[in-house]
Design a protein around this ligand. Sequence first.
Ligand SMILES: Cc1cc2nc3c(=O)[nH]c(=O)nc-3n(C[C@H](O)[C@H](O)[C@H](O)COP(=O)(O)O)c2cc1C
Length: 186
Amino acid sequence: MLPPRIFYKYAPELHNGCETQVGVPVAVQLLGSDPVQMGRHGAKAVELGATQVDINFGCPAKTVNKHKGGCVLMREPELMQQITEAVRAAVPAHVPVTAKMRLGYDDRSMGVACGQALEAAGASEIVVHARSKVDGYKPPAYWEDVARVREAVNAHVIANGEIWTVADYWRCREVSGCDDVMIGRG
Ligand SMILES: Cc1cc2nc3c(=O)[nH]c(=O)nc-3n(C[C@H](O)[C@H](O)[C@H](O)COP(=O)(O)O)c2cc1C
């Protein structure tokens, strides 16, 4: 188990009702591939004050993927489901468990299967970064593929990727059909 000081280091908002100083709610995000450990850490995050636990299935970093964390898990929707189920089971029912993913690792073909796996596991919200791992951070973002995920699941799907301007925001909403978007670098 990571000790509490590590949770507080990366999520200092835990000291503040899990909000930023101006009151923006913050989710604690976990990254890993062992369902049991992920469940334990989800429960610990909530014990320390987390009001939402998010799981990272989108990180493209080599070191992270080499250790089977982040986007490489999109090659194995069954394992994504087991991880998410374990976190969902370990976290009190009133705390949302959510996930962040891309559209796939090698290509953009895994979004629907992975979105369905997350939904089956009880994720209530899925942020989809509209690229594969291989796409990296290169424009464009494939918002039309986010629409396919949104159409395939009942969970709340949030579109992400290449939203830099208000015009991008409106175009992303239109193409993805998502009412909500996530902004990273912008
Ligand atoms: C330096 C950097 C660090 C990131 N760290 C995380 C992270 O810890 N968790 C996560 O879900 N996404 C992380 N992302 C991905 C962003 O959340 C987002 O999906 C990506 O940047 C695409 O959105 P954008 O085009 O609006 O930036 C990171 C991105 C960058 C550039």
